[in-house]
Design a protein around this ligand. Structure first.
Ligand code: NAD
Length: 250
């Protein structure tokens, strides 16, 4: 695709808060028109994301679409495409944890985590490939975790889903490379969001002692890398896993 003045269209899953909100903000700051989804029936977080973006003169729109509902996901992508005629960037960010040691882990805990983190990415990626192939330009970015590389006690479901997301994204990278569609993975370490607020003080202190940079990451540490990977400058990078973890995993 040649550069035009038309703004690029980005979709961010799970954009209502945390890392997703920062990605929405960053891409909108960069001039993209950003559409995002989220799961909670309470739309206050999504409205906050939208207000933050609009305050800085950007455009974003949020939709309550459960990533597990295939028909709703397809309708969401269809309606964005109808409005915009193109989708240039997809960020597979939506994710959940349901932690527990394996002997105690229920099938429900297992299925929920695999479904949101991995099946959700499959559904959304499938939905953007046709328009990206037509455009001969696309950027697919998955938010995995260093836990998907190293494993983590109490998170076998999450580690399996995040490792699966890496294999999935690398396969998409191989299938799509000749069409100028790149697919890469960002693997965060421990990032200060509502997801990690659940850790108690002792767990947080133990964690910090293991991080060479001695601080948790911020959502902006992640969205800065997503911004680069979604740009024209990153056009020769595909199938890569970039760890953003203060040195926790090397
Ligand atoms: P968060 O809980 O603050 O936000 C998660 C987002 O995903 C929300 O917008 C939520 O509505 C959305 N979501 C959850 N289930 C959904 C569903 N069924 N359908 C649609 N949307 C759904 O989480 P976060 O900390 O911002 O994490 C974002 C991503 O980064 C996740 O994939 C997470 O696994 C990954 N990650 C986070 C950390 C961390 O330390 N916070 C570390 C590594 C990876």
């Amino acid at each position: 695709m040649t550069e035009t003045n038309n703004p690029k269209i980005a979709i961010v899953t799970g954009g209502s808060r945390g890392i997703g909100r920062s990605i929405v903000q960053t891409l909108a700051d960069n001039g993209m028109r950003v559409y995002f989804n989220y799961s909670s029936p309470d739309d206050s977080d999504a409205r906050q994301t939208q207000a933050d973006v609009e305050k800085k003169g950007g455009f974003c729109q949020g939709f309550q679409v459960d990533i597990l509902k295939q028909d709703d996901v397809q309708a969401f992508f269809k309606s964005v495409l109808k409005q915009t005629g193109a989708i240039h960037v997809l960020v597979n960010n939506a994710g959940i944890t349901r932690d527990g040691l394996l002997p105690m882990m229920s099938e429900k805990q297992w299925d929920q985590v695999i479904d949101v983190n991995l099946r959700g990415a499959y559904l959304c990626t499938k939905a953007v490939l046709k328009p990206m192939i037509r455009q001969r330009w696309g950027r697919i970015i998955a938010i995995s975790s260093i836990v998907g590389i190293s494993g983590n006690a109490g998170q076998s479901n999450y580690a399996a889903a995040k490792a699966g997301l890496i294999g999935f994204t690398k396969s998409v990278a191989q299938e799509m490379a000749s069409r100028q569609i790149t697919a890469n993975v960002v693997a965060p370490g421990f990032i200060q969001t509502q997801m990690t607020d659940d850790l108690n003080n002792t767990q947080q202190e133990q964690l910090l002692s293991r991080i060479p940079m001695k601080r948790m990451g911020t959502p902006e540490d992640i969205s800065a890398v997503v911004r680069f990977l979604s740009s024209d400058d990153a056009g020769y990078i595909t199938g890569q896993v970039i760890r953003v973890c203060g040195g926790l995993s090397m």
